[in-house]
Design a binder for this molecule. Structure first.
Ligand code: GAL
Length: 550
């Protein structure tokens, strides 16, 4: 008998209630200008003289001698001058990399690493940074992609030096920042630093306003940092700044760009911390091009490759689910070289259950947020590490082919597009290099079955069946035809599935359309209207509560 709509073929009838048990040279490439120079000074001229050959032996001898001299000159040029010339040209080329925000890999994918703020706030010092760096290696975190170690606020003295530089705090960072970044780099990691677009940082240490060029050089060239998190506190008065938020963050964008131009190094990764107040997802990606658009020639900047979208995260489910809700409306903004930053992870800090922690990590990863560990690594539990090191989840975040975030296809508890910080969108999907990924979130305080029709996702083909891989149990979960049901998803839990096309669905699968809305036979007879209600001038899908009659 042909299977019916809604049938799920499950190899393992997975109950999602069992996660708690889980532990765990002239050579190719010579610059054109160089070849021209070689011809002008050497062989080209000698050949021209050959063509005007005169039968006077002495003159011929002179010419031969001249030819030899010129040839020798050319050869010695090649041997002694060329390498330097070539190097200059190469340097110019490298410097060129800093010019084009898309000619390097900085910030192409969401960056992964460690940030000191959530675990330590202002209580940081060089011993802690050394330990953290070593633990990132020892615990295998670097191996799965966490390669930035970022200092947040409170690493400096309260005042700049007499010459105007920020000074590393003499008590907490006595060996200085260059030694620190040398240590970090020595372990194969990159290093990040923090500053602020205003007069002060949020903890009232020196900000970079009016010192952007100086500070960018200090951070990147003198201290050796590769990333700059740039905050939003202590905004100068209007009559001084005479800029909006875009202008305020453009100043450091220009500084990083100009520094990269002068040093030939790739730009520092520019990580904006604007808390989503003035919609950075609309403008942060374009920061480097804005003056050109405004007709201001000569000024260019780097794009911000990542921008915070919300206020600070708390180690509580309510905070995680609220951030998820707010980001559900702007998930479209993330793509290569520009990402919604949902804030530092709270995984491992004690305020979230295991299920909530997995939901938090999955959502951040699938929504292409930077993944920044924010817990005390020395005491991280096996469970915490098993979450942070789930390579099947990380692979979606770091997909080299698809840069976009998952997006919701159904809200679930609430009507679609409802803004609700407790019950945000529950049903999400997105493309990956290996298939379509789904994320189901149970926002209820009790276990729930969660079902979806496959073609509710735009990435699924009608009339096909799909193999299902569970990215948390790391098992195959049968083949789905038309729909999939996850049973007993724990309270605040997540289901993460990767669906791969497994060929045509069985012949004769009924009904004729997986999605009935406006599906017709050749005569125009409609199949739909179940589950919809009039709304404005059209229809909207009924909520699950309405369908259940509750
Ligand atoms: C906040 C920022 C936090 C942390 C803190 C440091 O503005 O959102 O992530 O950097 O400043 O004072």
């Amino acid at each position: 008998m042909p299977p019916e709509s809604g049938t799920v073929f499950e190899k393992n009838s997975t109950s999602y209630g069992t996660y708690n048990d889980m532990e765990e040279p002239l050579r190719e490439g010579t610059p054109r200008s160089d070849r021209t120079r070689f011809r002008k000074h050497g062989l080209g001229k000698a050949n021209a003289l050959d063509s005007q050959f005169v039968l006077v032996i002495s003159l011929r001898s002179i010419l031969v001698a001249l030819f030899s001299l010129l040839s020798a000159g050319a050869i010695s040029y090649y041997l002694f001058q060329y390498p330097t010339f070539y190097k200059d040209a190469k340097d110019t080329e490298d410097a060129g990399e800093g010019l084009d925000p898309f000619a390097h890999d900085v910030g192409r994918l969401p960056f992964m690493g460690y940030n000191t703020w959530n675990a330590y706030h202002c209580d940081i010092n060089e011993t802690l940074i050394h330990e953290t760096a070593e633990l990132m290696i020892k615990l295998g975190l670097k191996d799965v992609g966490y390669n930035y170690l970022n200092l947040d606020d409170c690493y400096s003295e309260r005042n700049r030096s007499a010459s105007g530089d920020i000074i590393a705090n003499a008590t907490s960072f006595p060996s200085g920042m260059k030694n620190l970044t040398d240590f970090i780099h020595g372990l194969g990691l990159k290093a990040g630093i923090y500053s602020d677009s205003g007069w002060f940082t949020c903890a009232l240490y020196p900000g970079s306003y009016q010192n952007e060029d100086r500070d960018a050089r200090l951070f990147n060239v003198e201290w050796g940092f590769d990333l700059l998190k740039y905050d939003n506190c202590a905004v100068p008065y209007d009559e001084i700044i005479k800029e909006g938020v875009v202008g305020k963050f453009t100043r450091m964008s220009n500084a990083i760009y100009n520094l990269s131009l002068s040093t030939g190094r790739p730009p520092m990764l520019y990580s904006l911390c604007q808390w989503g107040r003035e919609e950075p997802w609309v403008w942060a990606r374009d920061l480097g091009q804005m003056e050109e658009l405004d007709g201001e020639a000569g000024l260019r900047g780097v794009a911000a490759q990542t921008w915070r979208t919300t206020g600070d995260i708390d180690d509580k489910w309510q905070s995680v689910v609220g951030i998820l809700n707010q980001n559900s409306f702007i998930a479209w903004a993330s793509d290569f070289y520009g990402h919604n930053d949902m804030d530092i992870l709270e995984v491992g800090n004690g305020g979230l259950t295991y299920e909530e922690s997995k939901t938090h990590f999955t959502a951040w990863a699938f929504m292409k947020s930077p993944l920044l560990i924010g817990t005390h690594l020395a005491s991280a539990s096996k469970k915490t590490l098993s979450i942070l090191k789930n390579t099947e989840i990380i692979a979606i975040n770091q997909d080299p082919v698809v840069g976009k975030s998952v997006t919701p296809f159904r809200w679930g508890v609430n009507h679609d597009w409802t803004y609700n910080n407790s019950h945000p969108a529950q049903y999400w999907s997105g493309r990956t290099e290996n298939g379509t990924v789904f994320m189901l979130i149970n926002t209820l305080n009790k276990p729930a079955d969660m079902s979806f029709n496959l073609t509710e996702s735009p990435w699924i083909r009608a009339g096909r069946q799909y193999s299902v891989r569970d990215l948390w149990t790391h098992t195959s979960n049968g083949t789905a035809v038309r729909s999939f049901t996850a049973k007993a998803v724990p309270a605040h839990g997540v289901v993460a599935l990767l669906l791969q096309d497994a060929g045509d669905e069985p012949e004769g699968t009924q009904p004729p359309c997986q999605r009935e809305e406006w599906c017709t036979d050749r005569n125009g007879t409609r199949l739909d209207d179940i589950g919809f209600e009039p709304w404005n001038d059209g229809f909207q899908r009924k909520s699950e509560q309405q369908l259940r009659g509750t």
